[in-house]
Design a protein around this ligand. Structure first.
Ligand code: ATP
Length: 349
């Protein structure tokens, strides 16, 4: 177990800053997820922690020790990649033992350690099989056992689940998370899958174009996104362009006057989560009430998405829980949308 500190780390490739002045502090036993679109710098960040890429500037510390320029094999980090990278001609036992051989563990100690690691991932009965005789999920668990067998200080996971099918991915997520908690192992995982990040993380780091946009818990990112990018990337948001004309009064480009939280006057964007907008009856009071017409509808099973036209320039997505007892509006229906003034967030970027 270790604390990981990344201090003002930059990685440049020519003009491009793949990672730009990143600072992160990962506590002992914490599960941190780096999340962001393709090319945002998350894999480069992980590879710098693993030792495969050397930072252009900045410092990386593991438990207070500067490891910035140490090669990978001198860091006690367990790695799991998207491609399981198992040796096809070696058995499961031999694949797991490989990490021990690299670290010059005495041969006599190996069988016990290998069995222990395979027990952790519930594969101790399959030690004599070859990788091709295992399912994708089982192969990924062998890769995990191989990363855990030498008791690493830190576990680094690079899109470890993206080769698994959707259903299996959900199960393996929970398995990895439970195991990580049981072992109290400091873990950093890279993913571009928002749901995976939200399910597994203690804290998340949202990156874009090499920069860290926000670090926080699921609740922090969803309820208090730092900027428009985070509001769009974590969960969904409707964005309405316009201006704050007076304290608590936003006027959209389409001319809607919307009551909102106080903020400085000037051009702004209002962000509104689809599930925070209600459909109300004509007499119900609300800070904001707007008449609209349903133009499109998606039946999602647990919820229904309505696309509601409020003005020629504005159409909102509204998400309703799917309740059998209340009939959802249909395409073409007139509806009244309502939300409170504190529901929306205002961004000035
Ligand atoms: P993905 O999800 O697609 O793997 P990512 O967020 O992990 O993306 P990185 O792989 O960290 O992104 O890449 C960040 C940026 O740095 C990209 O623009 C990429 O093209 C660039 N980059 C990464 N490695 C190199 C390299 N060895 N040489 C030049 N440019 C690189």
């Amino acid at each position: 177990m270790a604390r990981l500190q990344i201090d003002r780390v930059t990685k440049s490739y020519g003009e491009l800053k793949a990672v730009d002045d990143a600072t992160l502090d990962v506590a002992n036993g914490e599960f941190l997820v780096l999340l962001g679109p393709s090319g945002c710098g998350k894999t480069t960040t992980l590879r710098m922690v693993a030792g495969f890429v050397e930072p252009t500037s900045g410092t990386i510390r593991l438990d207070g020790n500067d490891v910035t320029t140490l090669p990978p094999w001198k860091r006690n980090a367990g790695l799991v990649f998207q491609s399981y990278a198992l040796f096809p001609h070696l058995t499961v036992n031999q694949n797991v033992a490989f990490g021990l051989e690299m670290r010059k563990v005495p041969a006599a100690d190996m069988p016990k350690k290998v069995a222990e690691a395979l027990r952790l991932v519930r594969l101790d009965h399959l030690g004599e099989r070859l990788p091709r005789q295992l399912s994708g999920g089982q192969q990924q668990r062998v890769a995990l056992a191989r990363a855990l067998v030498f008791h690493p200080d830190i576990l680094l996971l690079d899109e470890p689940l993206s080769n698994l099918d959707a259903k299996l991915r959900q199960d393996v997520r929970v398995e990895i998370r439970e195991l990580q908690r049981k072992l109290g192992l400091t873990t950093v995982m890279v993913t571009h899958d928002q749901e995976e990040a939200l399910t597994m993380a203690d804290r998340l780091v949202v990156m874009s174009e090499g920069r860290i946009r926000q670090v926080g818990t699921q609740h922090d990112l969803y309820e208090r996104p730092a900027d428009r990018f985070v509001a769009d990337f974590v969960g969904r948001s409707n964005f309405i362009e316009g201006r704050i004309e007076a304290p608590g009064k936003f006027v959209s480009k389409g001319g809607l006057a919307i009551a909102c939280a106080d903020g400085p006057p000037g051009s702004a964007v209002l962000a509104l989560r689809p599930e925070r907008v209600a459909i109300v009856g004509s007499g119900e009071p609300a800070d904001n009430r707007f008449e609209g017409r349903v133009e499109f509808l998606s039946y999602l099973g647990a919820a229904i998405d309505l696309h509601v036209r409020l003005s020629p320039a504005e159409r909102l997505i509204v998400q309703l829980p799917n309740r059998p007892e209340s009939a959802a509006p249909k395409i073409g229906d007139a509806v009244t949308l309502a939300w409170s003034r504190t529901t929306a967030r205002i961004f000035h970027d």
